[in-house]
Design a protein around this ligand. Structure first.
Ligand code: ANZ
Length: 810
């Protein structure tokens, strides 16, 4: 089926916007990208992080991420996979709610508008999206299953309510998970300084999975920096728990965690974390009132701990080996939530203990010889000194020896601690799924029966956070007061909603079963599609979302509900798009609105351009000058491919070799998300091909190859050209052509340089290099320069691919 070739100049101009609209409509109507979720023989789950829909619409960053992910999906499709590529909306949460507050609109009316706007824009992207399997986390048909998931965890003992010191954002008026507090102690959303409050909250027991989550990182095909971020977040430390008997306070003894038991003899005082819930149990001569007054006087937590803050509690700890009486202090530099919340301080060998001891005039005893005695602690390895029976032992061995000795004394044992904390999921906000629990005075916290799900978010006029530690849901009295599901007595609903990160910790399980009202995820579909084959998203989620999703999947796996313990086989973090040397942001006024560019050039141009600005995993700079090159490129493709004649010969197979090289290059580069260099190869190829089209020698097979390879990047124009060049089947149903590694191998020839017919040198060059280039290459050789310096050159004879003969007079 082929049309007769068209002269280059006779082709009509490319009308991007009209052509793109035509194809989107046709693909939708013909369900071109639909895969059979129950029967697809080669399932490939291509996932991208779903956006939270903001009223402003998609920004270029979303566009960048989604284009890059879609190109990968389209590539897999060309490779013969059945690609399922869903998209949805992460529409609950503080982002949406804060915006609603700002513009004074109820999130319940704002959200559907934002979602509709996003949907319209996403449809223009021309992606493989399966709109029949989309999700909106605010839809009761979705959050009913989020609540169901919470209840599965609750039933399994992985969700519990308890009092704890929590992060409180004074501006968002809600608690935050540890993961939502930045390293400098501020809220990740509003940058306010986060405070500590003690509140009754719901937690998911992520800590139960610390070790398996850590172990499994090894087997994941993820970007290395993401794996590292997960390892660090889980933060495994090996050491010992050491038991101290206490004197002069309510508590009889306490354990401390140390990674350096070898320095035991250097412990000169104990420090209890200022936010330790049981701090008052350590009070000796210092009264609880004095401790509370001191605690209240502490400045809010700072990034840099202030070592001058400390309080002697007036009790003592008995050193397990020397029986020395060590004073017990309280200080904010010790964290109540790590290890046991209490440490023994070894100021000679620990930086922070050293600073604290200096600030408060406490004893410093050197026990590891290694450094000079100086005005800084020595934190390295060495030989033990001032350590009685352990003197002379190397510090590494001493860790084991001393831990064993403590074991004999009943005062210690080896221990592993994790930095990972349980996941705090209560939010005292409005815009989230109500936690499906009913509090009864007799039966305690009772789960809502599955049949009563969803627990619908009640309509309240005042959705503003109250700042009292109670959610605005509490105002909906009719909704709050319900009978206890167990005993029928009057009871009250839980009024906190769950963290948005719970919504997104399982959405990938929902997509394949999105139309199913009877189950969260269908067993067979889940087996077929999970784990996700390729996941693309932002590095900012390297710990939060990715860790929560891994936890949920693992928990469901242990409950026998999914067959795989890990949700994402392969993960790649995309880079960021900047402009004018800065990260795009509204405050800097350097944002790019994709609508404008789509209206002017069409979406293919935008996709191609965004992918060309740098390696996808690194990102790059958006520039208005830069984007201009892409319509020109596509116009050249438009004309040249339509002018391609039937083969006019392929002397020596050079054109076929060139085609296989292109196939190889583009294949390998897309597989590694090196889209930018794949595009350069396509442009380079087009340059040569266009010249051939003008000369009337362009080959059809080259046109077809070019179009198929370009199709993942520019799906619309390639589809139109495919049709115009006589094909009936969609270009997106073609196969990535096979390439032959031998044909694709770089074809080089050895060229001999002669002087009056005598061999003088040789060099290699790509086969088919033209005469001028060969002569220039020969002249650049050191040996040839030498010769020519002392001889008169009469002429140069070039035999392409073989010989350069310098004819000289001596
Ligand atoms: C004595 C010691 C001597 C320590 C020495 C270090 C060096 P990672 O590696 O992060 O696990 N530590 C324990 N619990 C703490 C808490 N709740 N708040 C603040 N610091 C705490 O660190 C473990 C080390 O951090 C422990 O080992 C303890 O100090 C301190 F030469 O104990 B070390």
């Amino acid at each position: 089926m082929s049309q007769s070739p068209v002269a280059v100049s006779a082709v009509d101009a490319y009308e991007a916007v009209a052509v793109e609209a035509k194809w989107r409509a046709r693909w939708e109507q013909q369900r071109t990208f639909k895969v059979d979720l129950d029967r697809a023989p080669r399932p490939f789950y291509n996932l991208m992080m779903f956006p939270y829909p903001s009223a402003e619409g998609l920004h270029v960053g979303n566009f960048y991420a989604f284009s890059g992910a879609d190109i990968y999906g389209r590539y897999r499709r060309l490779k013969g996979d059945d690609v399922f590529e869903p998209i949805g909306f992460d529409a609950f949460g503080i982002h949406t709610e804060n915006y609603a507050l700002k513009i004074g609109e109820h999130p319940g009316t704002l959200t559907p508008r934002s979602v509709a706007r996003f949907k319209a824009q996403l449809k223009q992207l021309g992606a493989l999206f399966d709109w029949e399997h989309s999700v909106d986390t605010t839809d009761p048909d979705y959050y009913r299953w989020t609540q169901w998931l919470f209840l599965q965890l609750f039933d399994a003992g992985l969700a519990e309510q308890r009092e704890g010191a929590v992060n409180w954002c004074p501006s968002c008026l809600t608690v935050l998970a540890d993961e939502q507090v930045l390293a400098d102690g501020t809220c990740e959303r509003c940058e306010s300084r986060v405070q500590k409050r003690v509140l009754e909250q719901w937690w998911l027991k992520t800590t139960k999975y610390a070790q398996p989550l850590l172990d499994a990182i090894e087997g994941l095909d993820w970007s290395e920096k993401t794996r590292l971020a997960q390892r660090n977040w889980i933060g495994r430390s090996e050491g010992a728990l050491i038991r101290y008997d206490l004197e002069g306070c309510a508590k009889p003894h306490v354990d401390v965690f140390t990674t350096r038991p070898d320095t035991l003899s250097g412990a000169t005082f104990l420090v209890v974390g200022a936010d330790q819930p049981r701090l008052l149990d350590f009070c000796g001569t210092t009264t609880p009132e004095m401790v509370e007054a001191w605690r209240a006087s502490l400045p809010p937590e700072d990034a840099e701990p202030d070592f001058s803050q400390g309080l002697d509690l007036g009790s003592f700890a008995i050193h397990p080996i020397t029986a020395a009486r060590l004073p017990v202090w309280a200080a904010p530099y010790v964290l109540g939530s790590y290890g046991t919340g209490v440490i023994h301080a070894v100021p000679a060998h620990d930086e922070r203990d050293w600073q604290f001891a200096r600030a408060h005039g406490l004893t410093i005893v050197e026990v590891i010889s290694g450094g000079e005695v100086a005005d800084a602690p020595y934190t390295g390895e060495g030989v033990l000194v001032n350590s009685g029976e352990f003197n002379g032992v190397g510090s590494v061995d001493a860790r084991r020896v001393i831990t064993a000795r403590l074991g004999e004394l009943g005062h210690g044992r080896p221990s592993v601690q994790f930095r990972l904390r349980d996941w705090l999921i209560s939010r005292q906000r409005y815009w989230g799924p109500p936690i499906p629990i009913i509090h009864c005075e007799v039966d305690g916290a009772v789960r809502v029966p599955d049949a009563d799900l969803p627990v619908r978010l009640p309509e309240v006029k005042e959705f503003r956070p109250l700042g009292t530690g109670v959610s605005p849901l509490a105002a909906a009295e009719d909704w709050v007061n319900v009978p206890c599901p167990v005993c029928g007595r009057p009871a009250r609903r839980e009024t906190d909603v769950s963290d948005t990160f719970l919504d997104s910790a399982w959405y990938f399980l929902r997509y394949p079963s999105a139309e199913r009202g009877d189950t969260a995820f269908d067993r067979d579909r889940t087996v077929r599609w999970l784990p996700v084959d390729m996941y693309i998203g932002g590095h900012e989620h390297a710990v939060l979302h990715l860790l929560y999703s891994r936890f949920v999947m693992r928990a469901l796996h242990d409950l026998g509900m999914v067959s795989e313990p890990e949700p994402f086989k392969r993960f790649r973090a995309h880079g960021l798009i900047g402009k004018g040397g800065a990260k795009m942001s509204k405050s800097k006024g350097n944002t790019v609105n994709p609508d404008e560019y789509m209206a002017r050039h069409g979406v293919d141009v935008l996709r191609l351009y965004l992918m060309s600005v740098g390696p996808f995993e690194r990102g790059g700079e958006f520039s208005d000058q830069g984007i201009i090159g892409m319509p020109r490129f596509l116009n050249r493709v438009w004309r040249a491919t339509q002018a391609a004649a039937t083969p006019t010969g392929d002397a020596g197979g050079a054109l076929e070799r060139r085609r296989h090289r292109l196939l190889r290059d583009v294949d390998e580069r897309i597989a590694e998300l090196q889209y930018n260099t794949a595009i350069s190869k396509l442009i380079e190829f087009t340059n040569a091909f266009e010249a051939e089209a003008r000369a009337g020698t362009a080959r059809r097979v080259d046109a077809e190859t070019l179009l198929v390879l370009l199709a993942p990047f520019a799906p619309h124009i390639t589809e139109e050209l495919w049709e115009r060049t006589g094909h009936r089947e969609s270009i997106h149903n073609q196969r990535f052509p096979d390439w032959d590694p031998e044909l694709a191998a770089e074809d080089v020839v050895t060229i001999v340089v002669q002087e009056n017919g005598t061999r003088r040198a040789e060099f290699t060059a790509p086969r088919g290099t033209d005469r001028e280039d060969i002569e220039a290459m020969a002249r650049a050789l050191p040996r040839v320069r030498e010769l020519l310096a002392t001889r008169e050159l009469i002429k140069v004879v070039v035999v392409p691919d073989r010989i350069v003969n310098l004819v000289v007079r001596r």
